[in-house]
Ligand binder design. Structure first.
Ligand code: FAD
Length: 411
């Protein structure tokens, strides 16, 4: 195994990382092939993560969390991803993303509810993407209509991680007041299994990450109490940008999963180059293979450093979340490098790499997702360029975000 750099880490962080490494090696790793084969969400691993204290680490101590930083969490995620990608994603989503949004912008009631669920083992779902609103998330048509003390939500989301296993759902919807005025996009907390109106639709047949369900979620007159609207201080008009700010932590988390898979694949490949012999010599003695290893290591180190820098950073408004520019760059570089590294690791195993008896083919399938989910590598480049130029770069032809058609008030 190539030693990771320890510089800049506290004793506590090194101890945390070592604990995660042992968990990944002894508990998660041995389950990874079966989780992939059976395509079942690993409740046993969730229970073990809970026991080991890897859920809700970033939540405040007063709510049962550990007040840990995103960097602490990133150290854990890399170790998990080396051995089992689904386990790593559970750690991401119980420490970053929807839970971070609620911890930052939620009311005390919402925070207590979310913290309790996560500590019980729930992986919150974040519901943004719709069939006609992917990269163009602002085009979402799921709507929340205010009616007295409740919001009534109707619409359909797809590719929602955790569909059918998550209890807590952070639902993004276009909000309308009682007069039908469009107030902008807001987020709502809903708990699956409490009341009617939240239905799980088709599960996707995914190429990788098969233990983590991805699927449709349909809202049919789902009633959410008004006090479950998650409102950033800027209100609804600017609220979507604030709510999405929380996604910067998720991006760092997702990039770290990709980087961790790459680190694990490189470890396997390096061992193999020392033992596999052809032409009477270990294949690691061939310069063609040495340069592949070196290129893999260079990309891995650069990705790790970018992710750590992003995890340590704070946004321009000194918000609780990583800087968007650093988070986007780290996710682009880590995800694209990881796809190359894992692919090259498989190549180094020759035909054996193509066999399902080794984990390389699973790692290739798993890593492929990370240039897509959580903002594609292309859309994140637009974010980076927009910051560089200091211009807004609306992607619609007329330079404006279209508003969805108003619904007839009498409907
Ligand atoms: C495994 C997985 C898990 C996911 N989990 C969740 C989840 O939990 N919650 C959730 O809400 N969503 C989730 N998603 C959805 C994900 O966020 C979207 O897939 C992503 O935002 C892209 O949307 P799309 O798939 O509709 O692609 P599209 O937006 O249709 O894009 C298609 C292609 O066009 C490119 N493109 C689009 N617009 C531009 C542009 N302006 N400039 C340049 N290129 C562009 C894209 O980069 C892409 O290559 C998940 C997706 C995956 C694969």
């Amino acid at each position: 195994m190539v030693a990771a750099m320890d510089s800049g880490f506290s004793q506590d962080q090194i101890a945390l990382r070592d604990r995660a490494r042992a968990f990944a090696r002894d508990v998660a790793g041995p389950r990874a092939a079966a989780i992939d084969r059976d395509a079942q969400y690993p409740w046993d691993i969730v229970e073990a993560l809970k026991e080991a204290g890897f859920l809700g680490m970033t939540m405040p101590g007063i709510l049962g969390g550990q007040d840990r930083s995103f960097l602490d969490t990133v150290l854990v995620i890399e170790e998990m991803a080396k051995c089992c990608t689904v386990t790593a994603r559970i750690v991401v989503e119980t420490n970053m993303g929807a839970i971070s949004t609620v911890m930052r912008y939620g009311s005390e009631t919402q925070k207590e509810l979310a913290a309790r669920l996560v500590l019980e083992g729930d992986k919150p779902a974040i519901c943004i993407t719709e069939p006609e609103a992917g990269s163009d998330a602002m085009a979402m048509t799921t709507r929340a209509d205010k009616r007295g003390d409740v919001y009534v939500i109707n619409g359909k989301k797809h590719w929602i991680t955790g569909a059918g296993v998550s209890r807590m759902h952070l639902i993004f919807a276009r909000v309308f007041d009682e007069h039908g005025e469009d107030l902008g996009i807001g987020a709502f907390l809903a708990i699956r299994g409490e009341g009617k109106g939240l239905r799980i639709g088709k599960r996707e047949e995914t190429m990788g990450l098969r233990g983590m369900p991805e699927g449709e979620i349909i809202f049919e007159d789902l009633e959410v109490p008004a006090n479950m609207a998650v409102l950033p201080p800027s209100g609804l008009r600017r609220g979507f940008a604030d709510l999405m700010n929380a996604y910067n932590s998720q991006r760092v988390g997702a990039g770290t999963v990709a980087m961790g898979i790459a680190a694990g694949a490189l470890d396997h490949a390096l061992d193999w180059t020392k033992t596999r012999e052809q032409f009477g010599r270990p294949i690691g003695e061939f310069q063609g293979v040495q340069w592949m290893l070196a290129d893999m290591q260079v990309q891995l180190t650069a990705a790790r450093l970018m992710l750590h820098a992003a995890a340590r950073s704070r946004g321009l408004d000194n918000s609780a979340f990583p800087d968007p520019m650093l988070a986007a760059q780290a996710k682009i570089f880590a995800s694209e490098s990881a796809v190359r590294i894992v692919n090259d690791a498989l190549q180094i195993f020759g035909a054996r790499g193509y066999s399902r008896e080794l984990p390389l083919e699973r790692m290739v399938r798993d890593v492929r997702m990370f240039t897509i989910g959580g903002g594609t590598a292309q859309v994140l480049r637009t974010l980076v360029a927009s910051r560089m130029l200091g211009w807004k770069l609306p992607q619609t032809r007329d330079g404006h975000m279209p508003k969805p058609p108003m619904r007839d008030a009498a409907e």
